[in-house]
Design a protein around this ligand. Structure first.
Ligand SMILES: Cc1ncc(COP(=O)(O)O)c(C=O)c1O
Length: 472
């Protein structure tokens, strides 16, 4: 699949051929039937009382009442919904409200939540135990699948989260090149390890000052930042730090400042300048891996990095991460080589099982065509009703990943994204929640569809958006 789209706005030019495939899926889905009975009725009595009580209790027990900050709804107002169960494209909260879910546990649920085959396979694996702390065949199986799928990966190391993968890959890039500095882009997120917590932009970025208290200056002094899609900014960094840059890490399509695509020449430029300077190109595909295409962004754009990080989808909803790449680089990792990195639960049999069955499902014919079709229908629909209601909006999608901003496009970087009307997004988010649609609770997060989303889900979502956008 060629990458012809340079911005979210450009994506709007694509005409939707609402496919019979989607319709077939919709009519055959038991979830959509269940939904049509319950969701509209539930809306009449929408209450979050039990969630409110649970959140008040949680705030006494855990910082901010959550175990990961964005879940707290701070940027959209209101308070979080406590989820009781998930299935397919839907979630149910503890008050009995039902939602069409576009967060998908922040990405892993690409074949739908609680897929029957995954659950059955997990039950089988669980009979053998939950953790071995020793090699098992399931690790070989998933490693083979990942290596076969992702163009840059010749060898892989499994870890337990995307954060861990990005920590490992940075140490590896530094070890392999024997250089200290790394370039990251403003608005890209690579987990919460100290060296990545540098606020890009303005003087803070230039000075490499840390983003969070507790991160020592020494940990971020070698983190250089540039604006996403800014070729000259990267050129200047290579000039100013000749022979010191180990590599460039980026989200090849940004999801952590909202959905932002690379300009067509940007990835090619990064590949060229890293080669010219004996530095490594690292794609952080924790979000985009197996989501834009089976081989991730690198397959989609036809650009092969030296190293890649993965997470989310390859664990099928269980905690997982991975980094991999060229064999000569990966052979530096202990115990094959001297670069140390380890993990008590790494290669966990349950995570390997869920990952394997998730990838098996994704490998089936037309998976990515289907994701493209429904995601296109969704984003085109939302933007159309938004524009009809008089809102400045732009957005785009690739595969099962999408996003939109409350501002005119194009959006090429985080500075552009920040000009979005975030207060309006908050009103939209809360309105959609009441209508039974669960979006990521931040203007600066991408949305995700899954193979379990039906045309019925999409149409209901667009209808809900129309209603909400008329009144906000
Ligand atoms: C691109 C990217 N890298 C790294 C991470 C960190 O992954 P985790 O939350 O599993 O630690 C994320 C998380 O969303 C991510 O989107």
């Amino acid at each position: 699949m060629a990458a012809t789209m340079s911005s979210g706005v450009a994506l709007l030019g694509i005409t939707s051929s609402s496919s019979t495939f989607c319709k077939r899926q919709a009519s055959s889905s038991r979830h959509s039937v269940r939904m049509s009975v319950s969701l509209d009725e539930k809306r009449k009595t929408f209450t979050l009382q039990k969630s409110e009580e649970a959140f008040n209790a949680a705030k006494e027990l855990m910082p901010g009442g959550v175990n990961s900050p964005v879940r707290a709804f701070n940027s959209v107002g209101g308070q979080p919904v406590f989820i009781k169960s998930v299935k397919g494209s839907h979630m149910w909260d503890i008050d009995g409200n039902e939602y069409i879910d576009y967060v998908g546990s922040w990405g892993p649920a690409i074949i739908g939540h609680a897929d029957d085959k995954v659950l059955a396979a997990l039950a089988e694996t669980m009979k053998e135990g939950t953790s071995f702390g020793a090699p098992c065949l399931l690790e070989n199986v998933l490693a083979e699948m990942v290596i076969a799928a992702v163009p840059s990966i010749e060898m892989v190391r499994f870890v337990n989260s995307g954060t861990e993968a990005c920590m490992g890959v940075l140490r590896l890039a530094r070890a392999f090149t024997d250089r200290p500095k790394i370039i990251k882009f403003e608005g890209c997120y690579h987990g919460h390890a100290d060296p990545y917590l540098v606020k890009a932009g303005s003087g803070v970025a230039t000075l490499g000052l840390p983003d969070s208290p507790g991160v020592p200056r020494a940990a971020t002094i070698d983190t250089l930042t540039a604006a996403y899609n800014d070729i000259s900014g990267v050129e200047e960094l290579f000039k100013a730090h000749k022979g010191e840059i180990a590599g460039i890490i980026l989200e090849p399509v940004v999801g952590n400042s909202g959905f932002i695509t690379p300009k067509s020449e940007f990835l090619e430029f990064l590949r060229k300048i890293t080669k010219e300077n004996d530095a490594l190109l690292i794609f952080d595909e924790v979000m985009t891996g197996f989501r834009l295409a089976y081989g991730g962004a690198q397959e989609y754009f036809g650009i092969t990095p030296d190293l890649t990080t993965l997470g989310k989808i390859i664990g099928g909803g269980l905690p997982v991460g991975a980094y991999g790449g060229r064999r000569d680089i990966m052979e530096m990792v202990a115990p094959a080589g001297p670069m140390y990195q380890a993990g008590t639960l790494s290669g966990n049999p349950l995570a390997m099982t869920a990952g394997f069955h998730t990838l098996q499902r994704l490998k089936e014919p037309r998976s990515y065509e289907y994701l493209n079709e429904i995601t296109r229908e969704l984003i085109q629909g939302i933007l159309e009703v938004g524009k009809k209601a008089g809102h400045a909006m732009c957005g785009g999608y690739i595969g099962g990943m999408f996003g939109f901003f409350f501002r005119e496009g194009p959006v090429h970087n985080f500075a552009d994204a920040k000009k979005s009307d975030t207060a309006k997004f908050g009103r939209f988010f809360r309105g959609m929640l009441e209508e039974g649609v669960y979006l990521a609770p931040s203007q600066f997060e991408a949305g995700f569809t899954s193979l379990a989303h039906t045309t019925d889900d999409i149409q209901r979502t667009v209808a809900a958006a129309e209603k909400v956008l008329k009144r906000i």
